[in-house]
Design a protein around this ligand. Structure first.
Ligand SMILES: [Zn+2]
Length: 106
């Protein structure tokens, strides 16, 4: 079989992991929204978002939904502003401001 190299190259079409997606969301300051069926989508008026990011949101929708609904700090909508309200709650960090916002919209 000749010269078969099985290198793991970063393919631009490979799906982003959840952690990669979360850091993209932070860097691009994207906003996640969700509907009553637990489907998470990006709310991005006038902002162009790479296809890979949109795909990853769809792929990780369920986990994102879980994190948003328990106000996990990894999905905090404004870490710079909310950091002072982060607190340790039953084995994880949660954002109190996001929790309050969540109650208002649900
Ligand atoms: Zn927050």
């Amino acid at each position: 079989m000749g010269n078969t190299t099985n290198r793991k190259e970063h393919s631009p079409t490979a799906a982003l992991t959840l952690e990669q997606l979360l850091s993209e969301i932070k860097q691009r300051r994207l906003i996640l929204t969700f509907n009553q069926h637990g489907r998470v989508t990006l709310w991005t008026p006038k902002q162009s978002v790479p296809r890979s990011v949109r795909l990853a949101v769809r792929l990780h929708s369920l986990e994102l939904y879980k994190r948003i609904t328990r106000s996990d700090i990894s999905t905090c909508v404004n870490p710079d502003l909310h950091r002072a309200s982060w607190s340790y709650q039953t084995r994880r960090y949660g954002c109190d401001v996001c929790a309050r916002l969540l109650k208002e919209v649900s």
